[in-house]
Design a protein around this ligand. Structure first.
Ligand code: ATP
Length: 341
């Protein structure tokens, strides 16, 4: 059954139309990522769900009940912001205990709850420390513990990892995901980081310009993007045009990992020259320029293949685009499909 339903939400800030009849629903226990570029309306939608912002139109339902006009305090949603928002003059345990003051529980129960929750985020040992004595990752774990301690129906995470450095971010991704599954808390996380969404979400809702572009499993969104925007925003996509077996109104595209590079010419391949090479750890990403036509594309080469045959700038080789890996999009009349350069 749907746990939360967002129905045709409209939001204007002055004359800016920020959310356009936005609808989606989320099931009990699901982890959904709202993913989209800066300014597409993700935070505004999250704030409307939390009750921190009112929509101009449309409704929010929790368990089929209309909660659109409920104030945040009546919603029992835990919220974690990018900025941690901890009280600097309170210790870690006091920060976690803060929200529990409104709960009708004994001091002993409160103490137990705070310490159980701190243990859940592996921070039992820093209970007496102040935020300024903690790392960014630890502070965000405290913010998470504070939200979870309230036993919320829902967890709302607004870019919770974007202020952290790369390594801590990856570690906390796993921790949040595991905790969410263990506790079964229905969660909505806002992010503009596609890697984060792909690695954490049960389902991704891709937003663009205040509207829903596509919603689906991470793998499906990556393998079967329904619009050029989704194809380009999630991962890298080469838009290779009509030349490659596409009909009049369709444009072909292909992921870099599916481009095959050959060192000898073949009827199924076209000549390209190496423009730029990026080392990516386990593989190389190579920018290739078509030698007979204008246009360029990215191709991935495994580290082993690169070692066997290092590619030099300017070197000519042949690119093959396997038909089974091509993804087609309808051309938008009057506009060009995005081209990766
Ligand atoms: P980011 O990833 O940069 O946070 P976002 O997708 O979360 O972006 P929002 O913060 O929801 O986007 O903002 C969407 C649009 O609404 C932006 O154009 C923003 O400038 C505008 N906006 C947001 N809040 C307000 C406000 N309180 N008053 C006026 N305009 C606002």
């Amino acid at each position: 059954m749907e746990h939360l339903k967002i129905n045709e939400i409209e939001k204007f800030f002055g004359r800016t139309h920020v959310l356009k009849k936005f609808s989606f629903s989320i099931e009990q226990g699901e982890f959904v990522c709202l993913l989209g570029p800066s300014g597409c309306g993700k935070t505004t939608l999250l704030r409307i769900i939390a009750g921190l912002e009112q929509p101009n139109n449309g409704s929010v339902y929790l368990n089929l009940k209309d909660i659109t006009n409920h104030p945040p305090a009546r919603r029992n949603f835990g919220i974690v912001f990018q900025s941690y928002a901890l009280f600097p003059n309170l210790t870690a345990e006091e920060n976690v205990a803060y929200g529990l003051q409104t709960k009708k529980i004994t001091r002993k129960e409160k103490h137990e709850k705070v310490h159980q929750t701190l243990e859940l985020v592996n921070l039992g040992h820093i209970a007496k420390q102040y935020p300024s004595q903690l790392s960014g990752g630890q502070q965000q774990r405290i913010a998470l513990a504070r939200a979870i301690a309230m036993s919320p129906d829902f967890l709302l995470l607004d870019e919770p990892l974007s202020a952290l450095d790369a390594k801590v971010r990856v570690q906390l991704r796993n921790e949040i995901k595991q905790l969410q599954k263990r506790l079964g808390i229905t969660t909505i996380m806002v992010t503009h980081d596609q890697e984060e969404a792909l690695s954490m979400a049960d389902r991704i809702v891709v937003m663009n310009n205040g509207a829903l572009e596509q919603s689906g499993l991470p793998q499906d969104i990556y393998d079967h993007p329904e619009t050029p925007f989704v194809a380009d925003f999630i991962g890298t996509m080469n838009f290779v045009g009509k030349t490659f077996g596409a009909s009049q109104n369709r444009h072909a595209s292909i992921r870099p990992e599916h481009v095959k590079l050959l060192f000898t010419s073949s009827p199924s391949a076209f000549p390209v020259s190496v423009e730029h090479v990026e080392f990516r750890g386990g593989s190389y990403r190579v920018l290739l320029k078509q030698t007979k036509e204008s246009g360029s594309l990215w191709a991935d080469v495994t580290a082993e293949a690169f070692k066997a045959h290092p590619l030099d700038i300017g070197e000519v080789l042949y690119a093959e685009l396997p038909k089974s890996k091509l993804i087609y999009f309808e051309a938008v009349p009057g506009s060009q499909p995005p081209v990766h350069s």
